[in-house]
Design a protein around this ligand. Structure first.
Ligand code: SF4
Length: 239
């Protein structure tokens, strides 16, 4: 298996499965690189983020972005949204990060909800049904529907604060319409190796000490549509 390039960019010849890509990328990363990003993102991270006027989660996203100097360059770009038509889930702390972005960029969430009525209604109906929620295939419920945060010109309106789920899918070529594995694939090693753990740690460290006893370690994931429904219900109650 080899990294090659043609007029359309880089590709990994002969790659036929996601595990092959993961193997390939793992060889590109030294364990120390991964450990280093973990250490930087979890040691004194709250203090450092505060001194820089940012949040620990945003600082983590920035650290990840800066960790990819020696990997195959990604070809993902604004205007390509092939991977934004699926179910994206986020933890509470990631959702809080999205809400910060919404406030900073004056995004009208009611409009966002209105624009994604179809997929949000599906999630709402399921939540109201008597189904056991553990048995629901949430991903299938919204598959092929545009993400609520995808604009008409196919850009992510909360890009800087998009959740980990979105960061795990990468493209090595300028086209991934074919959905062939070598064009777009899950397999960004640092994110996969430490993403969920760092996010859980950020959540833990931000939780007041008296509440930490209840901390489960693993953060429940909810679809973005589900978070939007919860946001809307909370906002209505406040009125
Ligand atoms: S949050 Fe942004 S990057 Fe993620 S699926 Fe939605 S539009 Fe795409």
């Amino acid at each position: 298996m080899e990294l090659k390039s043609d007029a359309r960019g880089l590709f990994i010849e002969g790659m036929t499965s996601s595990s092959e890509l993961a193997d390939y990328l793992q060889r590109k990363f030294k364990e120390e690189d991964i450990q280093n990003v973990y250490d930087v993102s979890t040691k004194d991270h709250i203090k450092i983020a505060r001194s820089e006027g940012t949040t620990p989660l945003r600082k983590f996203w920035q650290t990840l972005n800066n960790s990819y100097k020696n990997t195959p360059p990604f070809k993902c770009g604004k205007g390509c949204a092939h991977c934004c038509h699926t179910g994206v889930a986020a933890t509470q702390v990631e959702w809080d990060g999205i809400l910060n972005n919404v406030i900073e960029n004056k995004i009208n969430l009611e409009k966002v909800i209105e624009g994604s009525k179809r997929s949000i209604d599906r999630v709402r109906e399921t939540l109201r049904s008597n189904k056991s929620l553990d048995q629901v295939d949430w991903h299938r419920l919204v598959i092929n529907q545009p993400c609520p945060f995808l604009s008409e010109d196919h850009a992510c309106i909360i890009y800087e604060d998009r959740p980990l789920d979105c960061r795990l899918v990468v493209a090595f070529r300028d086209q991934c319409e074919s959905k062939k594995l070598e064009h777009a694939q899950r397999g960004v090693v640092i994110e996969e190796a430490i993403g969920a753990t760092v996010i859980a740690k950020i959540q833990h460290d931000q939780t007041p000490k008296f509440k930490r006893r209840k901390f489960q370690g693993v953060q429940p994931l909810k679809l973005l549509q589900h978070w939007l429904i919860l946001w809307q219900e909370k906002t209505k109650k406040k009125k």
